[in-house]
Design a protein around this ligand. Sequence first.
Ligand code: ADP
Length: 617
Amino acid sequence: MAKKQFKAQSKRLLEMMIHSIYSQKEIFLRELISNASDAIDKSYYAALGSEEVEFDREKFVIRLTPDKEARTLAVSDMGVGMDREELENNLGTIAESGSLRFKKEMEEGKDVDIIGQFGVGFYSAFMVAKKVTVLTKRAGGTAWLWTSEGADGYTIKEAEKEDAGTVVTLYLKDDAEGENYSEYLDEFRLRSLVRKYSDFIRYPIKMLTEERRLKEGSEDEYETVTEDKTLNSMVPVWRKNKNELTDEDYENFYKDRHYGYEKPLRHIHTRVDGDFSYIALQYVPAKAPFDYYSKSFEKGLSLYSNGVMIMEKCPELLPDYFGFMQGLVDSADISLNISREILQQDRTLKLIAKNLEKKIRAELLAMLKDDRENYEKFFKEFGRQIKYGLYDGWGANKETLQDLVIFYSGKEQKMITLKEYVDALKEDDKYIYYATGESTARVGKLPQAESVLATGKDVLFFTDEVDEFAVQMMREYGGREFKNVSSVDPEEDATDQKPYEDVIKFCKETLGDKVADVAVSDRLREHPVCLRSRGSMSIEMEKTLAATPQGDMIKAQKVLQINASHAVTQKLTALMKEDPEKAKKLVGVLYAQALLIEGLAPEDPVAYANDVCALVD
Ligand code: ADP
């Protein structure tokens, strides 16, 4: 019998399948099972519509039959089957969509790992099989056997088959180094593949399994029991009604899926029907994965098309600032064969993502309101991400995110929202004050923060590097501007500088361009000096930027502020006359102290140490 040639492009694709990377091969099973499920769908709907066709539940089963001796794995269904013409058309040419795109990407040398995300279809069988046969029959028709050993073509001949339906038999490749095809004969491996990719196929996926068990009534005699097991659970948790499910069900599913080890803080289960429909089950994790704030972390929800997983992590479903969410989306409006690139453009996917975002925000707000304790836990893990979201995009996400951030209040001594800060303000209060530093303990000791708190006003303590950048992007909240307590504010501090002209002049001359200015203030409490900044760049921002490439070029404009009523100021005034050299040393020491309070290092620590000793003499 003459071998028929595959169409040219199909041949090329087949060759690529045959040579694909081993780790990607396991998806062949998902593809064959999904084809079987489609075939059953077709006969199922035909049966529903006609009285002639007998409606037999037993037929709606997908069966896996591994045969260790023959090294074959069969996937069979009693679905519609194919006639000769259909066999030619369906298996002689590459189906459009997924396969073709896949081929294109492979040829362009793109990341081949993409294979797991494509519907590569029937041909994926050649990733694991050296020979594939398809025995198929339409109800009332002739049976046909299609055989192919890969790229060099296929044959079709008449055959015998009792029932309508299809049996796809894979003659597995020989094992080779790093390529263990025998595992596809292993019951355990097949079960876990079904659970991984096809657990929620609507029809039972069955396999005869053998188990060694103690004989009944015996203590040492074993027997092999054969059982026809259903490998998939068919009804996924997310397709069940919320009222059928307990918190524990949701938690178990979370753990089953390895979303995380700790109990999630909240689950969000939504079903949307309308122009587009989907079900989403999402979780707010309790702990950030160890690599969360690194490049290696991949955000995304799993994407299912009608119960079949098409992508393990679909990043398009989540904005970066909600990238911590875990879970999945199942939609009948997303095609199984959709490719990565088409998916990115997909309108339905975009609409779903927009909806999810709204829902996540609403749930986080609800948690903030009703379950503050857990919200604070959540914020400790993922708050930084939300603040990055405020900073990213030049404040474009302000509306979405501003009510989700919480900061430590110096006055209340607990975490508060911006709204809570603003609600406590008097009508003519213009500012939301903040102070920055490494920890709340350190910020609390900053002279600048103390002096504002002493006036009865609240100060938010910023301890994350991103905090100040984020509020600078926001500019204001509720009509109040953000203000760093360390920035110079002539309006707030109207200390008369005149009586101190000499001291100021002397300090300026001594410090030169180390500082932008020197000023005297009667607002500092116990501290002799502190540094303030002028303009939008704060000292804390300078520190953060210093750690980035070329960031050390950007400096805050520092103003050394001297406490008018501190004894050391009088001492300096006296020394300036009696011993100007010693006075210079004192100015240097005071400046170094101001740096230290800010968490900055004195430029010359040795000189500083020597000067301190010299002053003691
Ligand atoms: P796709 O499923 O994306 O269309 P495939 O390459 O997987 O592409 O399959 C090509 C076609 O072959 C299917 O569309 C279907 O018509 C037919 N087919 C594959 N497997 C079966 C099966 N088990 N029963 C009936 N038809 C099948």
